[in-house]
Design a protein around this ligand. Structure first.
Ligand code: BTN
Length: 283
């Protein structure tokens, strides 16, 4: 047997984040070359970091992962709570190809990729709540925040931020319209290591973003609708502008929510959707 070189005692021990980056690259396999991976122990918000200082375009998808966020952001100005070792918090900077049309439906594609990755990890009952919350049996497992970068004459780019609960601490204090859950509960067992979970998510994001780049949201609309948590159910949509009620009639080719009301189908572009008790009538 050939002799193995003994480890150099003077060599510095890799930091935990360097070790996790190595594990992630190994789990991604040949796909790793399409990503620029930066795993840090702490930052304010991975989305804010990529929006404030977007890395130069080198053709790769830049991913920033943080063990801990000091000021995690959620949708509609809310905060996103996470805990080191208990949550996966990361953001990916995705650039549209030159000449691409307006990025319709991107946030739904990100949710779909996350849902499919969780299914591959063995989670049952994954559903999507428009626009992109990931639920398991009605409880929120993960959230997505998309920030569009000012294009300044370049093709548009988006920061896709994902927060996934791995194992929430007791008394976590997260307030939510729905309940919350975590991967440990969804799998009924200890979740895989964060790097392994992330590799599955990034692989699925890579695959679906390729499909989206080629065919737009219409290519993925059916897969999204299959997982629509509120399909054909009575819903209430609260936005900054108003409160609307109706029956959830799916999404259109731009990713807008379709609401069936007494006066016809309405397109909804923003808001928080929740289930509402049926009191009779179409809406
Ligand atoms: C939501 O459901 O309101 C969206 C939550 C998005 C949280 C993630 S965690 C990583 C990234 N950085 C942030 O500050 N927010 C997103």
């Amino acid at each position: 047997m050939p002799l193995q070189p003994s480890p150099d005692p003077a060599a510095p021990t890799p930091s935990p984040v360097a070790t996790r980056t190595t594990e992630l690259a190994a789990a991604l396999g040949p796909l790793a070359r399409d990503f620029a991976l930066d795993w840090v122990s702490e930052c304010a918000s991975t989305n804010t970091a990529l929006v404030d200082a977007p890395p130069a375009d080198d053709g790769r998808i830049h991913v920033l992962i943080a063990d801990r966020q000091r000021a995690g952001r959620g949708r509609r100005g809310r905060q996103w709570l996470s805990w080191e070792g208990a949550s996966l918090t990361f953001s990916a900077l995705w650039r549209f190809s030159p000449g691409a049309p307006a990025p319709a439906g991107l946030s739904l594609v990100a949710g779909l990729a996350l849902a499919r990755a969780l299914e591959q990890l063995g989670v049952h009952g994954v559903q999507l709540k428009w626009p992109n919350d990931v639920l398991v049996h009605g409880d929120k497992l993960a959230g997505i925040l998309i920030d569009l970068l000012p294009s300044r004459g370049r093709p548009p780019a988006a920061v896709i931020g994902i927060g996934l609960n791995l194992r929430l601490p007791e008394g976590h204090g997260i307030e939510n319209q729905t309940g919350v859950t975590d991967l440990a509960q969804a799998l009924e067992s200890a979740p895989p290591a964060p790097a392994a979970v992330l590799a599955v998510i990034l692989t699925e994001m890579h695959r679906l973003l390729d499909t989206y780049a080629a065919g737009g949201f219409p290519a993925l609309r059916g897969a999204w609708q299959q997982r629509n948590a509120f399909a054909d159910l009575p819903v209430r949509i609260v936005s900054d502008a108003d409160v609307r009620t109706g029956i959830c009639a799916g999404v259109d080719d731009d990713g807008a929510l379709l609401l069936r009301t007494d006066t016809g189908i309405e397109r909804v572009l923003a808001g928080d959707v929740s289930l509402r008790p049926l009191t009779g009538g179409a809406a």
